[in-house]
Write a protein that binds this ligand. Structure first.
Ligand code: GLU
Length: 480
């Protein structure tokens, strides 16, 4: 048997972290079994589906490296398939037209509420005579198609994550609506029906999705049976929770993959972290791995039943590991859009070679790609504002003379890594001061701060774009 799994997002919003994590598990399972991973866009909800969301979903999956083998298939292009499937169930007597009006349904619900009963359809139109149907039609009533669910049915499946699952037919809310009448007469299939028709048609062997779909699975199994089709395996993955243990929502900061990208997470870091949201590798101390490595070890035996807590600190740590070990060339490519977005100009000597040196300078301090904006600001602006410590430093006794000494030395020497060290030694000697004073004053004048990345490299970078002397001169004008 070839494993065939799918991710079936609805384009009613951007690619959500929960959907993306489900996609990760599907992808890992497919790759582990040399199977196929299929992408299906569930866009039957015409009111809420938007092409820009489809674009965002495709882009997000691609960015994360979750390449698919088939699709994207669009449900909106498959309406005939669902229509035929509805007809089959009608012909078999397993589905029927229900003409109950929304007012009648409201009244039913209210009566049930008054009796403290769970809301359910009472199957009242299950056995209409042709005359009754004709009468309702004549009244101008519209209809939905309902699929019969027997109350005494027991639905059992062996969930790959949760083990044996048992549901009672009586807990499924009565005969379920599988399609609505639509103006074009084709009929608008509903999620639980279209999903089964598609999963049958696409020969899906394993349905892997979030645990919020468990009740749907019970209903869907009945539909497979109605078509005498083979029922796939089901695997319900744990929800992603915030640190307080509630379902991760917009209130927790971000929920879509494009937001995470914008916030400066790398695709590799984010996808690595998502893999650990509910799954752990056999060597549970291993935290950094590629998707391919995870796929080798992936199985549902190591997927937790309990919700997976979303831990920003851990995501940051994983992300920083990827950034710190990234080739300079690639990291530079990734940082350029963040700098551009911040309005930084690559003029006056800020060429590719210079940018790569800047990246090398800050690489080890980055947690998120977006940190590069603040960290490299001083290399993209003409002047720096000295912070409190920086300003105190340049006002310190002897600092002005040191800075003046450096400026004088720069007049007669071309700056390089070697001469930079020489100049510092020379000033220490000439002025008979501690090296620390020279280093701190130089740093404060150049960067405005007394802490920061490698001083000599920072100086060289500033020198290349003609800013070192400007800054040194301006530090001399700070009031004492
Ligand atoms: N369109 C459904 C969703 O986005 C798909 C669920 C499923 O995988 O069956 O939740």
């Amino acid at each position: 048997m070839t494993v065939r799994v799918r991710i079936a997002p609805s384009p009613t919003g951007n690619l959500h972290i929960g959907t993306a994590r489900t996609a990760v598990f599907n992808w890992l399972f497919a790759r582990h079994h040399d199977g196929q991973f299929i992408l299906r866009i569930e866009d039957t909800d015409v009111e809420r589906s938007r092409p820009e969301y489809t674009e965002n979903i495709l882009e997000g999956l691609r960015w994360l490296g979750l390449n698919w083998d088939e699709g994207p298939e669009f449900q909106s292009k498959r309406l005939d398939l669902y229509k035929n499937a509805v007809q089959i169930l009608l012909d078999k007597g397993l589905a029927y037209r229900c003409y109950t009006t929304s007012e009648e349904l409201d009244a039913l619900r209210t009566a049930q509420q008054e009796k403290n009963q769970a809301p359910r359809y009472d199957n009242r139109h299950r056995n209409l005579t042709p005359e009754q149907e004709a009468a309702y039609k004549a009244e101008g009533r519209s209809y939905v198609i309902r699929f019969k669910i027997e109350d005494d049915r027991e639905i059992v499946w062996n969930d790959l994550v949760r083990g044996k699952m048992v549901w009672k037919g009586s807990d499924l809310g009565g005969d379920m609506v599988i399609a609505r009448a639509s103006e074009d007469g084709v009929g608008q299939p509903l999620y639980n029906f279209a999903v089964v028709v598609d999963d049958m048609d696409m020969k899906i062997t394993h349905v892997i999705r979030g645990e919020d779909h468990i009740a749907n699975t019970a209903k869907q199994i009945l539909i497979y049976e109605a078509f005498a089709a083979e029922v796939p395996e089901f695997s319900h993955t744990p929800l992603i929770l915030n640190l307080e243990g509630r379902k991760l929502s917009k209130r927790d900061g971000v929920t879509s993959i494009s937001d995470f990208k914008q916030m400066g997470f790398t695709a590799e870091g984010l996808v690595n972290y998502m893999t650990l949201l509910g799954w752990s590798p056999p060597d549970s101390t291993q935290e950094i791995f590629t998707l391919e490595e995870a796929a080798k070890n992936f199985s549902f035996e190591r997927v937790n039943k309990a919700g997976a807590k979303f831990d920003w600190a851990k995501l940051d740590w994983i992300n920083s590991q990827y950034i710190h070990s990234m080739p300079l060339d690639k990291l530079t490519d990734l940082l350029i859009p963040y700098w551009e977005q911040a309005g930084y100009q690559f003029s006056n000597g800020r060429d590719r070679a210079w940018l790569e040196k800047l990246v090398l300078l800050i690489q080890a301090s980055l947690t998120r790609l977006s940190d590069a904006v603040e960290m490299s600001k001083l290399f993209f602006t003409e002047t720096v504002t000295l912070n409190e410590e920086g300003s105190a430093q340049v006002k310190q006794e002897g600092a002005s003379a040191v800075i003046q000494g450096i400026l004088t030395a720069l007049e007669s020497q071309e700056l390089s890594e070697n001469t930079a060290q020489e100049i510092i030694k020379q000033v220490v000697k000439e002025q008979n001061v501690k090296k620390g004073l020279v280093m701190r004053s130089l740093r404060a004048a150049l960067t405005g701060e007394v802490h920061g990345p490698d001083l000599i490299q920072s100086w060289l970078l500033l020198h290349h774009i003609g800013l070192d002397k400007v800054r040194l001169r301006s530090a001399l004008t700070v009031d004492c």
